[in-house]
Write a protein that binds this ligand. Structure first.
Ligand code: ATP
Length: 492
């Protein structure tokens, strides 16, 4: 049975070692926003690179994209976000705190049941039960709630300096729509043929009602999304393919299998666009150790491309109505929509159709948290507590620590030379301060897989000590073999 790590331990290590800080801390902090410090920025960039490597670099059927965060407002009308991307909330009449209706607990509920999904607002409305028995999580009053009401999750902003060209825009709540909006561009400029995917990593923003648990749910976060376009009828097979590929990605990067599972969505839980959806869940250490969504994999059918064809037909209406989304309805679908501007022509089958889409959608911050939690360990070594992060080498912020045993007899110079050589290949850290044991412990806590120490013997036989983080085993390696030795061990 895996040890359950307390979130507090992770938060404190992250702060102490410069992984993650509260945003705007010098001004008292900004709720639910976080900054990544020197070690955190490396970790996060390694998570991104590992995703990109698996999803784009290693495949012949996926290309990348990087879209702007601000997009045409009709994108969000077509995608359904301006009408449906809201949480159902109720306000406590006693303390005025607003809570998501699906987060409210029954008075006599035995245990807190946290549902973390945003459900389509119409489904939520239909399900919004009687709130008379529900407890306010802030003040504890029972049944003092207002009628449930929708709360918009998209952040609005204004663009343009002049009255006649300024308009309301939204910070994107997901990166996926930028991919759909560029589907035609990618088709026209590359040689991709269906089945193929377009991948993107970037920031998304949601004005979440409840944020919680450190970087698990924040209002600004990073997503890694793939839209994989396939022929209708092959979608279920591709769904299975991506489900397995994404699960294995986490395992391959060291997440313990017993902390990872799938959760299939019930039919009434499915988002309005999805035919099937499965979450990859991780056992996060909140409360007594809860299973929570790490990544969602959805079969979005041909919904989005069809919707954007409708969006394109709505453009004139939008101009005629002072570019005000609230005054317009999306145009109907053209009868011959299967041959519309976002359709695909299959050269071999001489067929035109709107492709189906399988979407694995992961969170970079949420994955980084899962990797941190899973790697965190405490053990006792010779009567002393040792904290360590057992990161997979690909994720470790620093790959190699280089130390002189003492600050004399030419050891610092030799160690510096080794450090200067190795840093061309991996992220290294040079340290000559303090007792060697303490230097090792500091690197253990940062998750550094290997430490190299130059000592008295180095001058005699050109060997150094290579210490492995997890086992603490030390071997001697000759300096001219050092790079190949480390490359092999780190698999870099
Ligand atoms: P949740 O209900 O947990 O917010 P969701 O089902 O609305 O998730 P998706 O829209 O499927 O989330 O987003 C895909 C992924 O993006 C999630 O699995 C998660 O890893 C990440 N993500 C979504 N919202 C947030 C957030 N507020 N903070 C951090 N990561 C997020």
């Amino acid at each position: 049975m895996a040890k359950i790590t307390k979130l507090d331990d992770i938060v404190s290590l992250c702060k102490r070692r410069g992984f993650i800080f509260q945003s705007s801390e010098i001004y008292g902090g900004l709720a639910s926003c976080y900054d990544y410090g020197p070690l955190g920025v490396e970790l996060k960039s390694n998570v991104r690179s590992a995703w990109w490597k698996a999803v784009v670099q290693m495949r012949d059927d996926v290309v990348g994209l990087d879209c702007s965060i601000l997009m045409h407002p009709l994108v969000w009308k077509a995608s359904g976000h301006t009408d449906k991307f809201a949480d159902l909330i109720a306000e406590c009449k006693k303390c005025n705190t607003r809570t998501r209706v699906d987060h409210l607990e029954e008075k006599f509920a035995e245990q807190a049941q946290e549902h973390t999904e945003h459900v389509a607002i119409d489904v939520a409305m239909a399900k919004a039960q009687d709130l008379t028995n529900k407890v306010c999580p802030n003040c504890g009053s029972v049944g003092r709630f207002t009628e449930p009401m929708p709360f918009e999750l998209m952040f609005e902003t204004q663009m343009g300096a002049n009255v006649d060209d300024s308009m309301t825009l939204y910070l994107r709540p997901e990166t996926a729509q930028g991919i759909f909006a560029n589907f035609r561009n990618v088709l026209d400029t590359t040689r991709v043929k269906i089945p193929f995917g377009i991948a993107q990593i970037g920031k998304s923003f949601r004005n979440e009602v409840t944020t919680k648990a450190f970087i698990f749910r924040t209002r600004e976060f990073e997503q890694a999304e793939l839209e994989f376009f396939c022929e209708p009828g092959t979608d279920e097979e591709w769904f299975r393919h991506w489900k397995e590929a994404r699960f294995n990605w986490y395992i391959g990067l060291g997440l313990k299998k017993e902390n990872l599972r799938f959760r299939e969505h019930d039919a009434d839980e499915l988002a309005h666009y999805a035919k099937a959806c499965v979450d990859v869940e991780y056992r996060f250490p909140f409360g007594s150790g809860d299973w929570q969504e790490l990544e969602g994999i959805a079969n979005r059918t041909d919904y989005d491309l069809r919707q954007h064809q409708r969006g394109m037909r709505t453009l004139n209406k939008w101009f005629e109505n002072d570019r005000d989304l609230t005054k317009i309805e999306l145009s109907n679908e053209a009868e011959d929509y299967q041959s519309g501007p976002l359709s695909y022509f299959d050269d071999e089958k001489k067929q035109r159709y709107i492709p189906y889409v399988i979407e694995p959608s992961a969170g970079i911050d949420r994955s980084a948290l899962a990797f941190l939690v899973d790697a965190y360990d405490e053990e006792e070594v010779r009567g002393e507590k040792r904290n360590l992060l057992r990161f997979h080498p690909a994720l470790a912020p620093v790959k190699v620590g280089v130390f002189p045993l003492v600050k004399r007899e030419g050891m610092p110079e030799t160690a510096q030379n080794i450090y200067n050589d190795l840093k061309k290949y991996f992220n290294c850290f040079y340290d000559e301060k303090g007792a060697i044991g303490r230097r090792y412990r500091r690197q253990d806590e940062a998750g550094t897989p290997f430490c190299i120490t130059v000592d008295g013997q180095t001058k005699e036989d050109n060997t150094v000590t290579v210490r492995e983080r997890d086992s603490m085993e030390q071997i001697r390696v000759s300096t001219d073999q050092l790079l190949s030795h480390l490359r092999e061990k780190l698999d870099l």
